[in-house]
Design a protein around this ligand. Structure first.
Ligand SMILES: [Zn+2]
Ligand SMILES: [Zn+2]
Length: 255
């Protein structure tokens, strides 16, 4: 299996040294991963040590290492996104929506946006950004596509049409969806995307990758029993892989 979205530097928690990368790879190996992709937040771009990454990749043969980046999608910040998205020899680029009207939606201590905006309107603004991110053509992968559910704040109106419209845009864009187990460690307690949203993707033939969004070595492939079962139940039999921006596939389970 693969873990295609995780952070070694995380939020400045540790430097990207060969030793730190190897610690992640050891966990990846012990949990049966074939490939692991490091995707730091783009604001830590300057701290990515490409030489250390390349050394670890050559030293460690048991799990193939990939390099990506997680770009914080903000409409109007095209120049920054283009610069960060082409700064290094990435295998793939993830685009993630973490903000609505410039404010973070997933920060446990800064949830002001949830007070300021009516919940349905907040969801509309969030999913509009998600559609724009997908259709921007900047990214191979769309990160955690329903992050807005993180704190269990739900509108009282049905959001099914909003999700359908978003799934249509994602299918049209050709972007791959990140099935991200980090939600299991958050108040929502479920994988991103929800089963309902994932079913919409499957019906439209949208491919997926799997990830833990680990911010520490012991979180690599964490929650995979649940996310593997979810994607299999929904009907997925393979995940997408990337090398030098070229797409491949890997079977979910040898059958
Ligand atoms: Zn993210
Ligand atoms: Zn992330």
């Amino acid at each position: 299996m693969i873990d295609y979205h995780l952070h070694v530097i995380a939020h400045g928690d540790r430097p990207m040294t060969v030793e730190n990368i190897l610690e992640y790879l050891e966990v990846a190996k012990s949990r049966g991963l074939r490939q692991m992709g490091i995707t730091e937040h783009d604001r830590y771009l300057d701290e990515i040590d490409l030489a250390a990454f390349q050394e670890a990749r050559e030293m460690y043969q048991d799990v193939e290492l990939r390099l990506g980046i997680e770009i914080d999608f903000v409409p109007g910040a095209e120049e920054r996104m283009d610069r960060d998205g082409s700064a290094l020899p990435y295998d793939y680029v993830i685009g993630s929506v973490h903000r609505v009207t410039g404010e973070e939606i997933d920060h446990p201590e800064h949830r002001e946006i949830y007070e300021k905006m009516e919940t349905y309107e907040l969801y509309e603004a969030y999913y509009k950004n998600v559609r724009e991110a997908a259709l921007s053509g900047r990214f191979e992968i769309l990160g955690h596509p329903d992050l807005i559910k993180i704190f269990r704040t739900f509108p009282d109106r049905d959001i099914t049409p909003m999700l359908e419209e978003t799934a249509d845009a994602i299918a049209e864009s050709g972007v791959v969806v990140d099935v991200n187990a980090a939600g299991l460690r958050k108040p929502i307690g479920e994988v991103y995307p929800s089963r309902q949203f994932l079913e919409m993707f499957h019906r439209r033939g949208v491919p997926i990758v799997l990830s833990s969004d680990a911010h520490a070595a012991d979180q690599v492939a964490m929650g995979y029993e649940k996310s593997m079962k979810l994607v299999h139940d929904v009907g997925y039999r393979e995940v997408v892989t990337f090398k030098d921006r070229e797409r491949g596939t890997l079977s979910l389970r040898p059958e």
